[in-house]
Design a protein around this ligand. Structure first.
Ligand code: UT7
Length: 329
């Protein structure tokens, strides 16, 4: 556990595709309704990346804004970590494509795959380098282009996901501000609950995998729902307790935006008011590793996230993975 609290977020940025896909649009594509989607998920619309653009385009736009706001030059970056499950290519990493676009010559770069927990995992990894004094400036991007892996004939999943990116620049800070604690977990026995079966070495692309639609997201939503409501509260409560806090001390709780019912369930269990638990799933759907950095950026720009606020983030997703992070903003 790191008690030095010396890794701060000094700039944020986001990038969302212009194209909006509403529930009414989806009604024309699959057997669904606006009423079902809103009542079961809280989603009203999501963004879909335009043809010809890719993960690296969203990453670059979010990263440039975060760097500008942090007043950090790309040439001063020591490390770039891109959290994503929808990279431009299986290899090389999207982070390397981003590194060259930004001309961040001295930065090491790698992608991190931890499903929807990717951003929290990546922040934690970046924090290790900064808190040990090895690196001074790290760029972390949470980004997904899930629309390219969505089965637009499967109403059980196609209404849920969206595309987008959020980026943060981490720097060494002084005083009491910064990351206080983190708590990362995984449970590989749940791997099949949420996966893209084909396209890797276990099931390489073939005519058969294409015909069977195996390159798209397959999900057991009910099981993920039950897992999420259990582990998010447990993880957060434990992390708060071991640092001498209770949920009521939180100024902001950023939860992964997978379903409004999950968010509301946790918020009510923790007895937190709505204004402390930001929601953007209604506008962007589930953008996986991008949901939390997008929400953080929006709160910051709206002037609601103040220095020294007590902030927690908790995410969960494919793997299965889950992770929390506690910080003084
Ligand atoms: O990012 C992390 C990973 N993802 C998640 O966290 C997702 C977590 N799970 C969920 O959000 C919810 O389980 C879903 C939103 C995916 C599904 O909601 P649900 O209340 O668990 O519905 P269900 O899967 O139990 O389905 C209920 C009914 C079924 O019909 P029958 O069998 O009762 O006749 C489904 O076929 O709703 C049907 N259904 C739909 N109906 C209209 C499923 N999808 C749709 C749809 N429109 N889009």
């Amino acid at each position: 556990m790191n008690k030095t609290a010396n890794t701060i977020i000094s700039g944020t940025g986001i990038s969302l595709p212009d194209t909006v896909l509403t529930n009414r649009d989806l009604e024309k594509m699959v057997e669904t309704s606006d009423e079902w989607i809103v009542s079961r998920t809280g989603i009203r619309e999501r963004r879909k990346l335009e043809k010809g653009l890719s993960n690296a385009d969203l990453s670059e736009a979010a990263a440039r804004e975060a760097l500008d706001r942090a007043a950090v030059k790309p040439s001063d970056l020591d490390l770039i970590v891109v959290a994503t499950v929808t990279p431009d290519h299986p290899t090389p990493s999207t982070s390397c494509l981003l590194q060259t676009r930004l001309k961040a010559e001295k930065a090491a770069a790698f992608d991190l795959s931890a499903g929807c927990s990717g951003f929290v995992y990546a922040l934690t990894v970046a924090h290790q380098f900064i808190s040990t004094g090895v690196y001074k400036n790290v760029l972390v991007v949470g980004v997904e282009v899930l629309s390219r892996f969505t089965d637009w004939e499967d109403r059980g999943t196609c209404v849920l996901f969206g595309d987008g990116a959020g980026a943060v620049v981490l720097t060494a800070g002084e005083g009491g501000r910064g990351i206080i604690d983190f708590s990362l977990h995984s449970e590989g026995r749940g791997a099949e609950l949420l996966m893209i079966p084909a396209g890797g070495s276990a099931m390489p692309a073939s005519t058969e995998t294409l015909e069977n639609r195996m390159h798209f997201i397959k999900m057991n939503g009910n099981e993920i729902f039950k897992f999420a409501v259990k582990v998010v509260e447990e993880n957060l409560t434990l992390m708060l307790k071991r640092n001498g806090y209770v949920a009521g001390d939180l100024d902001h709780l950023f939860l992964h935006q997978a379903n409004l019912r999950i968010i509301e369930h946790i918020r009510k269990r923790l007895k937190l008011p709505q204004d402390k638990v930001p929601v953007n799933i209604d506008r962007f759907g589930n953008t996986s590793s991008a949901t939390i950095p997008i929400a953080i950026h929006e709160e910051l720009i709206a002037g609601r996230l103040k220095n020294n606020s007590l902030v927690a983030m908790v995410a969960f997703g494919a793997g299965l993975t889950w992770g929390g992070l506690l910080m003084k903003w």
